[in-house]
Design a protein around this ligand. Structure first.
Ligand code: GUN
Length: 393
């Protein structure tokens, strides 16, 4: 082995013995941060650690990776992080086009309303969306309100099952099963996140594939990942990101797109959809060691980390296109509600570097709801034999 190669192997071995915490480690929950430094634990802790590791290994295949949550900083704490020195990496001369999600959503809703009218004339039925809301999280309640208002605006029938946060998983599954059997319901959405004591995968698997308008069913995700196949439904936020890029005339083929976050709701399906559009995709998550460096090389940055002001102006290449999927509540005593929503991207800085950017609110959010209505309409078309496109199951 040559000197350089031997040195590289020695370095690798040393790194494996004592993994360095990644720069974004401060964004991880305490339990995950502790996991990064298990090698330094004292003897008693070492034994506990071994038991934990054994349990982890027996519960999931090592090849599928350790089951550490990909949780970032809570939004309120992240918002309190001090801003960087003004001017760092920022060109104050340029101004970005603001991508208007509200008007894009309005156009989509207009088309959907017309198709719903035609469906009612043709088959005498409107599409139906059932929403299951568990618990009383204020953010979830307000997202659900917007979804139901969207249905009303386009003539889609909506049903809402509101369940207490301390109900059992079986109660939620029963509610989903009833909607599965109701022929007037074409789409079922279980609002996430669910209370911690519930097994999200079990509840989501109870939704029948034909009514999975969220696109979270493994077969829908799998078919999205395989370029030769077509999913029945694609997750709404991912569709919204692509719609905004395409409607803004932004070329995707061969472009370097960085997606921040890898959740099944946004990051993962967006990265898969972008690859189907022949973009070169980098995915950043809470364990990525050099997030700034990667985003700074990107033509397009799509952020769905759920961390207020994570992406600074200095993270962006001049002229980059920025799609901000974050909706993080931050304290604001001047607002009626005591808080306001802010994105993952520090808008005031990014707007001076980017060529185009979505605002929060008024960017991805309204288009995501429009996509939910579109998926529900598509599902009803399939149910009534009005669909023209074929899908592979
Ligand atoms: N919570 C936040 N976004 C979403 C979404 O797109 N679907 C569901 N079911 N829950 C969410």
């Amino acid at each position: 082995m040559g000197g350089a190669a031997a040195a590289a192997v020695a370095l690798l071995a040393a790194t494996r013995r004592r993994p360095a915490a990644p720069p974004l480690a401060f964004l991880l929950p305490r339990v995950a941060r502790a996991g990064l430094h298990e090698a330094a634990a004292p003897a008693a802790e070492e034994e506990k650690g071994r038991t934990r590791r054994r349990r982890r290994r027996s519960s999931s295949s090592r090849l599928l990776g350790p089951d550490i949550p990909d949780t970032w900083d809570p939004p309120l704490r992240a918002a309190a992080r001090p801003p960087p020195p003004s001017g760092a990496g920022v060109d104050y001369e340029s101004t970005a086009t603001i991508i208007d999600g509200k008007s894009v959503a309005e156009d989509i809703r207009f088309q959907i309303a017309e198709e719903v009218r035609q469906m009612k004339n043709a088959v005498g039925h409107a599409p139906g969306l059932a929403v299951v809301l568990v618990g009383d999280r204020r953010d979830s309640e307000s997202y659900v309100r917007y979804k139901i208002k969207g249905c009303e605006e386009v003539g889609i029938k909506s049903l809402l099952a509101e369940l207490p946060g301390n109900c059992t998983e079986d109660v939620v599954v029963d509610s989903v099963s009833r909607f599965n059997e109701d022929p007037s319901v074409h789409g079922i959405l279980v609002q996430l996140p669910l209370p911690q004591h519930m097994d999200e995968e079990r509840i989501l698997s109870a939704i029948s594939l034909e009514k999975d308008v969220d696109g979270f069913h493994p077969l829908n995700v799998g078919n999205l990942a395989l370029r030769s196949r077509k999913p029945l439904f694609v997750p709404c936020a991912a569709k919204a990101c692509l719609e905004l890029l395409l409607q803004s005339g932004i070329e995707l083929m061969g472009k370097h797109v960085t997606v921040i976050g890898r959740s099944k709701v946004v990051g993962l399906p967006t990265s898969l959809l972008l690859q189907r559009h022949h973009a070169t995709v980098s995915i950043i998550h809470a364990f990525t060691t050099n997030p700034e460096e990667i985003t700074r090389q990107s033509d397009i940055v799509i952020s769905a980390a759920g961390v207020a002001n994570l992406v600074r102006g200095s993270w962006l290449k001049k002229g980059a296109v920025v799609i901000d999927v974050g909706t993080n509540p931050i304290e604001d005593p001047t607002s009626d509600y005591g808080y306001r929503l802010t994105g993952d991207v520090c808008f005031e800085e990014a707007v001076k570097v980017a060529s185009a950017i979505t605002p929060v609110p008024g960017g991805v959010g309204p288009v995501t709801i429009a996509m939910l209505l579109a998926n529900t309409l598509d599902s009803a078309k399939l149910a009534y034999g009005l669909a023209t496109e074929s899908h592979e199951l």
